[in-house]
Structures are given as structure tokens and as C-alpha cells.
Ligand binder design. Structure first.
Ligand SMILES: NC(=O)C1=CN([C@@H]2O[C@H](COP(=O)(O)OP(=O)(O)OC[C@H]3O[C@@H](n4cnc5c(N)ncnc54)[C@H](O)[C@@H]3O)[C@@H](O)[C@H]2O)[C@@H](O)CC1
Ligand SMILES: Nc1ncnc2c1ncn2[C@@H]1O[C@H](COP(=O)(O)OP(=O)(O)O)[C@@H](O)[C@H]1O
Ligand SMILES: [K+]
Length: 479
């Protein structure tokens, strides 16, 4: 798992490291990393490094210092470097001296030919950023047509929430140092492709604020049958979804569970005939009380918010197995919190709301601080909460939060949430801890969306069909 740290954590870790590191060494390490990435971008976009033109936009702090030192390293590779100094009187002195020593030039926002650059390096502001780009920097970036490499983070974007509240840099790529910060995972659109340069901060960092799964985490967690397994030992998934009028949710959720793991899936509900006709391997019954033993229940998609749905939910919650409550089950819990009384407190509950369901469940919309909102909800409900969206978040009551890596927006299609709940149910039944089941399920769901789409719109059925390839992809990347 990759960790993500707040700017406050990074700053205090940096202070400890600075105290035991020779003066200027960390900045040179950071800046060298920026120059290497800059050279790669120049090769890609201009076809060469020597002879190209790079413009640095340097603010008043150490972020500007990084950019100036990166300019120094690029000069040594034959690049013509010019720095726009936004605050000439408080520019980083050593960085400026190094750039000048290497033959770099400086100028004002008006005098430098920003439009003619092959690459622009954004050193306006880093982890001490507050608020959007100020008008002087905004005017410079308005003239940029070249790719932009952001130093540490795109200036104008909030480092801890990724929020954009005014003018901000939209980077082609970002080079960050020591640790990923929330902006990099919460606002990947404005960071572009982010690279992390190791400046030796690792040992100084404590518990991360956020976590992100790698393919290796997904591959390690995904349940596969072993020689001693049979259809029961891998965990039987129970799906209580759909209705006679709306059988689609039942078919999608049950099928997703079938696609996600080997073993067995039971379906219980009014769409039993339809589910059976599409997926003969599903053991389907009309009533949840006749379903037989399962190791986890998925309950909610399409069950309705009336008496029948409420009874199904209460029954699932009373079976002493983990429950993934989705869609109508969430609305039912919001309207009748007493339904949770049926739950054995020792059995895990996982809720998978979208923003509207989250508002119903907690009384307020997630707002701009989605991480804080989902963390508070998980703590208050004593449940794992997966907040759906472009960057799906998964929080557990203890405070750990995973942020899922978006792979396009292909999953914004009707029924894709039903597919997600089926996948998560299968992982819960296999015995994965709920927080990991939700995070790993969201990862494979996003991979399946991307594989199904391959550049053109897809549908929930397409996402469903791509689940095996998504699992194969994660396993191949991890191998
Ligand atoms: N501390 C360290 O050990 C290291 C720090 N490094 C760099 O240092 C940066 C942090 O440097 P600083 O703490 O000096 O601060 P910054 O360079 O992030 O910001 C400098 C100043 O800009 C002003 N500012 C805030 N918001 C602004 C806005 N929206 N528009 C314009 N100006 C704004 C503030 O007065 C702030 O103090 C990191 O992001 C990283 O790039 C790297 O050199 C690696 C080592
Ligand atoms: N813009 C987006 N980018 C990436 N994923 C998205 C986007 N919009 C929605 N999704 C994902 O699609 C799924 C939609 O689920 P849900 O809202 O329950 O829809 P439905 O009820 O139609 O199944 C969720 O997994 C969500 O995270
Ligand atoms: K920056």
C-alpha cells in the first residue's frame, strides 16, 4: 500500500530530517529529481533536451528554490533556462545564485517569452500554499502553451484537499518529494502524472493520512481456490437484491459475485427465476429465509424501501455474517436506524453510499472534505463506509482511509454500483477484512470499467464481463 501524508506531517518530518542533513542537500536532491523528469518531458514533447527552452516560474519560498536548482541542473544539460521571478526581493538566494552561475537568465513576468517555451516549470508555491493562484502568476500561466511540470504540486490547488477554488495550474506532470500528499491522490486531474522522489523522509513519517492500493495489494488479497478447496470452503456469497419489477439489479449483483470468485453464490428474492435463467450456476430461492447458509450477505440493490426490503435487511443483519448494505438498504437504514438493532455487533457491516445516500444516512452531504466526512461517518456508524465517486473512498471506524485510483469515468453508468456490491460481497464471503474487501473490490471494479470501455462508452454488463480480465491484469502487474 502506498501512504499519503498531510502537509503538516510532511513539514514536521522534513524539519527532523533537515536537522541531520547538510545545508541545502535535501533541496538539491529534490531539484535533481525535477530536472530528470523535465528532461524526460522535453524528450517526449520536443524530441531533445539540449537546445530546448525552459521557463521557470519561481515564487518566494523553497518551492521556487527547487525550481531554480532544477534550472541549474538543466543548464548543465544544454537547456536554455529563463526564470520568471514573481517576488524578486525574496527569491531563494542560493537557488538563484546557482542558476545564474550556470548561465541561466531571469526576468519579470512581462519580459520573459513564456509562450515560446518548450516546457514550463511551476515553482510558484508548494506545501505552504494557501488559496488560488494570485493574479501575477495567473497572468503568466495564461500565456503558457507548453507542457507544465509542477514542483511538488500544481500551484493554486489546495495541498490537503485537492480543492480548486480559483485560478490554478493544471500540470502535465508533477514531481513530489519524500511523500505523496493528499492533493496527488484526491486531484490527479490537475497533477497529471505524479512521480515521487525519495529524499530520505521515509523513516521520519508516522501513520499515513490516506492509503492507496497497488496491484500487488490487490493480487495478494484476491481469493483463489487451492488444492484443498471445494465450492463451500471459499465462502458462499448471499445476494438479496432486485424485485419482480426490477430484476436487473439482482442479475447484476449476483453475476458480479459469480465473476469475482470461484465457489458458490446464492440468490434470494423475487427475481429468482430471472437470475437463474441468466446465471444457472446461482442457487436461487424466492425467500431469504430459505436461502441456506452463506458467509456474507449483499443486501439492497433494487429491493425497494418498503416492508419486504426492510424484512430482508433485518434478516441478513441477524445471521452473524458480514453484510454489505447497498442502495435501498442504505435508504432503509437512514429511515429506520432501529433496523440495525438486529445486527450482532461482532459481525462487520459495510455501507456503500453514493453522495445522495450518504446525505440520507448522515444528515449532510459529504461536502468538499470528503475524507473527513467519510471518516466521521465510519466512526459514528461503527461500520466500514465506501463513499462512491470518481475517487471512491473507503473508511473504517478506526480512522484508516483508502482512496481508490480512478481509471477514467466509465463507471458512471446505470447498474455499475450493483456490480460493485456483488464483487465486494464475494470478497467478504471469502473472509477478507471488510475494509480491504471494499478497497480491493473498488480497485478491480475500476480496472474492469477501463478494460470494458477501451476508449468507448460501456455499460454495467460490460463492466461485469470484464471482471476476470481486471483480476488477471492486477495479478499480471504484481507478478
Ligand atoms: N523543507 C524541506 O526540507 C524541503 C522543501 N522542499 C520544497 O519546499 C516547499 C515548501 O517551501 P516553503 O515552506 O518555503 O513554502 P512554499 O514555497 O510552498 O510557499 C512560499 C510562500 O508562498 C506564499 N504563498 C502561499 N500561498 C500562495 C499562493 N496561493 N500564491 C502565491 N504565494 C503563496 C506564502 O507566503 C508561502 O510562505 C515544498 O513544497 C518543496 O517544494 C524541497 O526542497 C524538499 C526539501
Ligand atoms: N465520474 C465517475 N468516475 C469514476 N467512477 C464513477 C463516476 N461516477 C460514478 N462512478 C462509480 O460508478 C458506480 C456507480 O454506483 P451507483 O451510484 O450505485 O450507481 P447504480 O445505482 O446505477 O448502480 C460507483 O462505483 C461509483 O464510484
Ligand atoms: K508548485
Amino acid at each position: 500500500m502506498r501512504g499519503v501524508w498531510t502537509t503538516a506531517d510532511v513539514r514536521s518530518a522534513e524539519q527532523r530530517l533537515l536537522a541531520v542533513t547538510p545545508e541545502g542537500a535535501l533541496m538539491r536532491r529534490a531539484a535533481y529529481g525535477v530536472s530528470v523528469r523535465a528532461a524526460a518531458l522535453l524528450t517526449r514533447y520536443a524530441g531533445r533536451v539540449a537546445g530546448t527552452r525552459v521557463v521557470l516560474v519561481a515564487g518566494a519560498g523553497n518551492n521556487g528554490g527547487d525550481a531554480l536548482w532544477a534550472g541549474y541542473f538543466l543548464r548543465r544539460r544544454g537547456v536554455a533556462v529563463t526564470a520568471v521571478l514573481l517576488r524578486p526581493d525574496s527569491t531563494h538566494p542560493e537557488g538563484l545564485a546557482a542558476l545564474r552561475r550556470a548561465g541561466g537568465r531571469t526576468g519579470s513576468a512581462e519580459s520573459v517569452d513564456v509562450a515560446g517555451a518548450d516546457l514550463v516549470i511551476d515553482g510558484v508555491v508548494g506545501i505552504s500554499a494557501r488559496g488560488p493562484l494570485r493574479p501575477d502568476a495567473e497572468a503568466v500561466f495564461a500565456r503558457v502553451s507548453a507542457p507544465v511540470l509542477a514542483v511538488d504540486l500544481p500551484s493554486g490547488v489546495d495541498p490537503d484537499t485537492g480543492a480548486v477554488t480559483g485560478p490554478a495550474v493544471r500540470a502535465t506532470a508533477t514531481v513530489t518529494f519524500g511523500a505523496l500528499k493528499p492533493v496527488h491522490v484526491l486531484n490527479p486531474q490537475d497533477c497529471g502524472d505524479t512521480t515521487l522522489v525519495d529524499i530520505g523522509l521515509g523513516g521520519e513519517l508516522g501513520e499515513p493520512e490516506l492509503r492507496q492500493l497497488d496491484a500487488a495489494d490487490v493480487a495478494a488479497a484476491w481469493p483463489l481456490p487451492g488444492p484443498a478447496d471445494d465450492k463451500y470452503t471459499q465462502g458462499v456469497t448471499g445476494v438479496a437484491a432486485g424485485s419482480a419489477t426490477y430484476p436487473g439489479a439482482a442479475v447484476l449483483a449476483a453475476a458480479a459475485a459469480v465473476r469475482a470468485t470461484a465457489g458458490m453464490v446464492r440468490y434470494a428474492g423475487p427475481a429468482a427465476d430471472v437470475v437463474r435463467s441468466h446465471w444457472p450456476e446461482v442457487v436461487a430461492t424466492g425467500s431469504i429465509t430459505d436461502a441456506g447458509r452463506v458467509q456474507a450477505w449483499v443486501v439492497g440493490p433494487g429491493i425497494g424501501t418498503g416492508r419486504q426490503g426492510r424484512d430482508q435487511l433485518a434478516y441478513a443483519l441477524a445471521q452473524g455474517v458480514p453484510v454489505c448494505a447497498d442502495a435501498d438498504a442504505i435508504t432503509l437504514i437512514a429511515a429506520h436506524p432501529d433496523v440495525l438493532d438486529a445486527r450482532d455487533p461482532a459481525t462487520p457491516l459495510l455501507l456503500t453510499p453514493h453522495d445522495g445516500e450518504f446525505a440520507r444516512l448522515t444528515g449532510s452531504a459529504p461536502g468538499p472534505d470528503r475524507v473527513g466526512a467519510v471518516r466521521r461517518a465510519a466512526r459514528r456508524l461503527g461500520a466500514v463506509v465506501l463513499l462512491k465517486g470518481h475517487r471512491t473512498l473507503v473508511a473504517e471506524p478506526g480512522g484508516r482511509v483508502v482512496v481508490n485510483r480512478p481509471r477514467g469515468a466509465w463507471l458512471a453508468t446505470a447498474g455499475s454500483g450493483d456490480v460493485l456490491s456483488g464483487v465486494i460481497g464475494a470478497l467478504l464471503a471469502s473472509g477478507l477484512e471488510p475494509w480491504l474487501a471494499a478497497a480491493v473490490g473498488a480497485d478491480v471494479h475500476a480496472r474492469a470499467g477501463e478494460l470494458a470501455a477501451r476508449g468507448a462508452p460501456t455499460s454495467a454488463s460490460g463492466v461485469l464481463a470484464a471482471i476476470p480480465d481486471a483480476i488477471r491484469q492486477a495479478r499480471a502487474l504484481a507478478a
